[in-house]
Write a protein that binds this ligand. Structure first.
Ligand code: GLU
Length: 504
């Protein structure tokens, strides 16, 4: 593993360099997260660089989605966003410098020439590699061709003398070696003078003074070529740390086309994920802490994170299409639910506030006169919820009298015994007569009533639960009734007669 000296780490500069050609992918977000963690751990700088040189596929919407996604996740950048297109001139200058200094050459091979070479290779069943024929052209010939207006690209002159090896020490994969003879003289500038991505990316990393390139393992294929570019430009290459890919449970790449919205960050936001719960989950897709700990505060994760503990094995995102309950990796849901259940109420409330506001369920009283009540409701119901949207859907009955009844719960709990038509209003009357409305008083009313009528308390408890919440599941009933308050409970028990009548 790479040993970094203290001084080095203090000047760490890393970047997240997405191409704005679509959505913010969970794999991309994980790359951003690892870069951010490394920057924060080292007291370094996290840069956002939008690699928008593919003009046809880059869109403003995509840039917007990336920025919003990162902001939502809390991955704040210190510099940028820089846009790669702003540096095109500098990329061209680098290509010119390589040309001037003999590290690159004009290639006049036409598309037809190359197609022919490719076909010949195919016939011989060998992988096609440009044979470097233009590398041998004399300067006179090159000048002549250029003067004649022949179209040309600029190719990098891969060193050939003495069968050299291109080597680098990857912070994750260790020593990587590639024989230069397996690398073709690759194009760095097109015939229209636009730079190739491989050049722009390396030049920008050097202009941005990037010390660590933390990116997906799919970038490994580019690295030897980029090392050659750095060497030829006389620049020290950054440290590379390639992260294993995240695949689905059939070991296929994750894509929106195949897997749908579940691979996009915006989906988790809409579905009611807490950004830090998602970050925590993503952090573990390819990295693990020394002691096996899984739940981290932001500060703890920054402290624990280290490039040397990034796994070399691809990680699995356990998504099974069509599973309504586990609509994403169950571990992600488990993380979110655990955070919802256990985080400080004050940290959770802002998310719930937004959620209730969006659904017309928010009252300003919840921050003033009813604050205590509001917090106790949230605390009571949160233990069963997985996502923030549950507070406005499953939890709607706490904030509005206009809530839905689950037909199954009505059938099971309100309709099993026709006597409930009499019992529930009667029970409502007894509860209404209580001087207070605490858990014990309520429970006593239920138990005494059951004794009096010679029915199981469970019949009344289940019926009351459905009458006040529309559901057959929820927190302890007496606690729930106490929190909902006498007026609401009495009214809902009385109204439940209408609900029953509609079904029988
Ligand atoms: N723009 C590249 C991508 O989105 C980034 C590659 C890199 O990080 O070097 O895949």
């Amino acid at each position: 593993m790479i040993e970094e000296s203290e001084t080095n780490l203090h000047s760490v500069r890393v970047r997240f360099a997405p191409s704005p050609t679509g959505y913010l992918h969970i794999g991309g977000a994980r790359t951003a997260l690892y870069n951010w963690l490394w920057a924060r751990k080292c007291g370094g700088v996290f840069i956002l660089r939008i690699e928008d040189t593919d003009l046809e596929r880059s869109t403003q919407d995509s840039v917007q989605e990336i920025l919003e996604g990162l902001k939502w996740l809390g991955l704040d950048w210190d510099e940028g966003p820089y846009f790669q297109t702003q540096n095109l001139e500098k990329h061209k200058e680098a290509a010119d410098k390589l040309l001037r200094e003999g590290h690159a050459y004009h290639c006049f091979c036409s598309k037809e020439d190359l197609d022919k070479q490719r076909k010949e290779a195919e016939a011989k069943k060998t992988a096609f590699m440009y044979d470097g024929r233009c590398r041998k052209l004399g300067s006179e010939e090159v000048r002549h061709n250029l003067a004649a207006g022949m179209s040309s690209v600029i190719r990098f002159k891969v060193p050939r003398d003495g069968n050299p090896l291109i080597t680098f020490e990857d912070a994750v994969y260790g020593k990587i070696e590639k024989r230069a003879k397996d690398v073709e003289d690759f194009v760095i500038l097109r015939s229209d003078h636009t730079p190739l991505y491989i050049l722009s990316n390396a030049v920008d990393d050097s202009l941005d003074r990037i010390t660590h390139v933390i990116r997906g393992a799919d970038g490994l294929a580019n690295t030897p070529k980029q090392i050659l570019i750095y060497n030829a430009l006389g620049i020290n290459p950054p440290t590379f740390a390639h992260m294993p890919l995240t695949l689905d449970n059939k070991k296929a790449k994750l894509s929106k086309r195949v897997h749908g919205e579940v691979v996009t960050i915006s989906y988790y936001r809409r579905k009611g994920f807490l950004p830090w719960a998602l970050c925590n989950f993503l952090a573990l897709l390819g990295w693990s802490s020394q002691d096996g700990k899984e739940f981290f505060t932001e500060a703890e994760l920054i402290e624990a994170f280290d490039l040397s503990r990034i796994n070399r094995h691809n990680s699995i995102f356990n998504y099974v299409p069509g599973d309504a309950k586990n609509w994403t990796d169950p571990k992600a849901i488990h993380f979110n639910a655990t955070y919802i259940r256990s985080m400080a109420l004050n940290d959770l409330v802002p998310y719930i506030k937004d959620e209730l506001k969006e659904n017309g369920l928010w009252l300003t009283d919840y921050e003033t006169t009813s604050k205590e009540w509001f917090l106790s409701v949230i605390d009571l119901i949160r233990s069963r919820y997985h996502v923030v949207t549950d507070f406005s859907s499953k939890g709607r009955f706490c904030f509005s009298d206009d809530f839905e009844f689950d037909p199954k719960a009505v059938k099971k709990n309100l309709c099993p015994d026709p006597k409930l038509l009499d019992y529930l209003p009667e029970l409502a009357g007894e509860l209404n007569d209580l001087s207070g409305f605490d858990i014990h008083e309520i429970e006593d009313v239920f138990r005494d009533f059951a004794d009096k009528k010679q029915v199981k308390a469970g019949l009344l408890i289940n019926a009351a639960r459905t009458a006040v919440s529309g559901s057959s599941v929820g927190p302890g009933l007496f606690e729930l009734l106490a929190i909902l308050g006498k007026d609401r409970v009495v009214k809902r028990l009385n109204d439940s007669v209408n609900v029953i009548m509609k079904r029988v």
